[in-house]
Write a protein that binds this ligand. Structure first.
Ligand SMILES: Nc1ncnc2c1ncn2[C@@H]1O[C@H](COP(=O)(O)OP(=O)(O)OP(=O)(O)O)[C@@H](O)[C@H]1O
Length: 235
């Protein structure tokens, strides 16, 4: 069972990401029932669970792509589930990095411009940082390439650089290595986790893959919309 925070306390000081008592239903189906978690700066947390346990629903709520029926989502000390959709989108660009199984690079923008997308949306465009991140993921010199000429592993490394470009508080990663072969998966996981730790960004990894979860500082297990862990879900 999930340990719930007291209802009347403020959010956790310094948390990169915090969710409190999230509930989400679709018709009569309860997808999440009372999920709380927090991720501190530089901390890597994995969420695992069987198909249908609520992982995607949770990630959508944590990323502010959906709002919960009840409960709270906080990014770097600001409650965001109550914000207007447009305001939340701008906040997301600056505070949340997203990495998915598919890279979602824009095919007609070069690598550098893809990496610059979040910081442009957040109003903090920083080309030197984008170039630095590309060098750190091993793609220095490929700034002008179009995504179509890159390998699958290279494209996912661009996605990692893009996720960190706007100096987010937290990176949400949904099966970020799911489309890669074993050695590329290991390399991308190492880069994502290593860079995030260097940058003091939190990471929340959703995965079926125990090899990826092994990169995390701790793992939370979702089952039928609840964490099975008795304490670590919140404390
Ligand atoms: N938009 C929706 N409308 C109706 N039911 C939904 C919707 N989204 C999710 N569900 C249901 O909510 C439950 C949790 O789904 P969710 O996609 O969060 O699980 P998951 O753990 O991510 O699964 P998977 O690993 O297969 O992607 C499932 O029973 C699913 O069918």
């Amino acid at each position: 069972m999930t340990t719930q925070p007291p209802a009347d306390t403020a959010h956790t000081q310094g948390a990169a990401l915090e969710a409190r008592d999230l509930r989400q239903t679709y018709g009569t189906l309860t997808a999440l029932s009372g999920v709380s978690l927090r991720v501190m700066p530089g901390e890597v947390v994995a969420v695992t669970g069987p198909s249908g346990s609520g992982k995607s629903t949770l990630l959508h709520l944590l990323g502010g792509l959906d709002v919960p029926q009840s409960g709270e989502v906080w990014w770097a000390g600001e409650r965001v589930d109550t914000l207007d959709t447009q305001v939340r989108a701008t906040r997301r660009a600056g505070r949340i990095g997203l990495v998915f199984q598919h890279h979602y690079l824009l095919e007609d923008l070069n690598v550098l411009d893809n990496v610059l997308i979040p910081s442009r949306l957040a109003g903090t465009r920083d080309e030197a940082r984008a170039r630095d991140l590309l060098a750190r993921v091993g793609l220095g010199g490929r700034e002008d390439s179009l995504p179509g000429v890159l390998s699958g592993g290279e494209r996912q490394r661009v996605a990692v650089a893009r996720a960190l470009a706007a100096r987010p508080a937290v990176v949400l990663a949904d099966e970020p290595t799911g489309s890669l072969d074993r050695s590329n998966a290991h390399a991308v996981a190492e880069l994502l986790v290593g860079l995030a730790r260097q940058e003091r960004a939190g990471v929340l990894l959703v995965t079926h893959d125990d090899r990826l979860a092994a990169f995390a500082d701790r793992t939370l297990h979702l089952l039928d919309g609840q964490f099975t862990d008795s304490v670590p879900a919140f404390l």
